[in-house]
Design a protein around this ligand. Structure first.
Ligand SMILES: Cc1ncc(COP(=O)(O)O)c(C=O)c1O
Length: 370
């Protein structure tokens, strides 16, 4: 298993026009994970049956929306999340934005919505990042979180797809997911705050089988987890791990991230079968783990198997890769390996390194915004 090849001083070989420009006047060391409004948002509209065509960059602000809009009444809305990072020489990189474009299209198809083409999606993301470039944190201080939304904004009364749609992107600079627990090693942000998960055995996140909506990023998938998370947090846990709703025997995912268990030289993650969101970080981590010499299997992972594992970690855009210190199932608590020797630490170093230009991007995952 060879360690990732860190490029000297994190200098990329990229040439870009965004280097050496002005930054927004905020304290970048204080960035957390709450919304910091930026200057602009991207808006593109389309009627049912039409195609999205021309979008515009507008000042960031409130939307005017009809009370009878499909999104407000029937939850016809989906979203995405991705990040832009500064390299040490000031260039701006996106990470696999085409994957977000494709996932948005799959989500839109499931909810009977028109969606922007892949090119429209990626171009819109580039445009809004450039418009807000002074909000992309300096290298090592965080990233610009980009939130594309697709909503049924046309008015209707009966239960049906809305007559009009709005594709919108807004952004916010963010620091580390677990800011208090971060430290910098070789310019790579290493998160040391491992998670303590509680297995939720009464409330379920998604209908088992491929007929539900657990596999798409629908806005309606998120508020239903609030009860379980609020309860878990009140009892000192960081997040909730959901089980399959058919048998309650297999793990699925946490509230907003995918999970992996590690045993020996193998890693297992629940297969994506319609109940779990196909995560872009998880997909990338699988490739990196295989490159590092690990066996990765995507298949059902039982609670029993999880409790016998050596290590566990979560993957998701916000946290990238985060180790799991413990999982509590009913009255049993299992502690897992964490720290620099854990697989999750190696995976994180490589993935964050690629995102920030510190590790050579051999897979062409990054896209320069210029
Ligand atoms: C329910 C759920 N699962 C998994 C993920 C991880 O997906 P990704 O790696 O694309 O961020 C997310 C985050 O978007 C999520 O909301």
């Amino acid at each position: 298993m060879s360690p990732p090849s860190i490029l000297g001083n994190c200098k990329t070989v990229l040439k870009c026009n965004t280097a050496g420009e002005n930054y927004a006047d905020i304290n970048w060391d204080e960035l957390g994970f709450s919304l910091v409004p930026t200057d602009y948002m991207y808006v593109m509209k389309c009627a049912k049956g039409d195609k999205f065509s021309q979008g515009s960059i507008l000042p960031y602000g409130n939307l005017e929306i009809n009370p009878s809009a499909g999104i407000l009444n029937y939850g016809q809305g989906i979203f995405e999340g991705l990040k832009a990072h500064r390299t040490e020489d000031g260039c701006i990189l996106l990470f696999r934005p085409d994957e977000n474009a494709q996932r948005m299209k799959r989500s839109a198809d499931r909810l009977c919505m028109p969606s922007p083409s892949n090119d429209q999606f990626v171009n819109a993301v580039k445009q809004i990042v450039l418009a807000n470039k002074r909000w992309v944190p300096p290298s090592g201080k965080g990233s610009l979180y980009i939130r594309p939304l697709l909503m049924g904004t046309g008015a209707l009364l009966g239960l049906a797809p809305a007559p009009d749609y709005t594709f919108l992107i807004y952004c916010s600079p963010i620091g580390s997911y677990h800011k208090d627990k971060k430290r910098l090693i070789s310019s790579l942000l290493i998160i040391t705050g491992a998670l303590n998960l509680k297995v939720e055995d009464k409330l379920y996140k998604a209908i088992s089988g491929s007929g539900g909506t657990g596999g798409i990023k629908s806005v309606t998938n998120y508020a239903p987890v609030y009860t379980a998370i609020t309860d878990a947090k009140a009892n000192g846990f960081s997040d909730v791990l959901f089980l399959d709703s058919a048998t309650g025997k297999y793990i699925e995912e946490a509230s907003a991230c995918n999970v992996f268990v590690v045993k020996g030289n193998a890693s297992f993650t629940p297969a994506i079968d319609g109940t779990i969101l196909p995560g872009i970080m998880g997909k990338s981590i699988i490739e990196i783990a295989i490159d590092l010499g690990y066996r990765v299997l995507e298949r059902a992972v039982s609670v029993e198997e999880m409790l016998g594992a050596d290590e566990m970690f979560c993957t998701g855009t916000a946290m990238v890769v985060n180790s799991i210190a413990s999982v509590t199932y009913k009255k049993t608590r299992m502690d897992y390996k964490t720290g620099p020797e854990a697989l999750s630490a190696k995976l994180r170093t490589t993935l964050v390194g690629i995102q920030t230009g510190c590790v050579e991007d051999k897979k062409s995952w990054t896209v320069l915004v210029d």
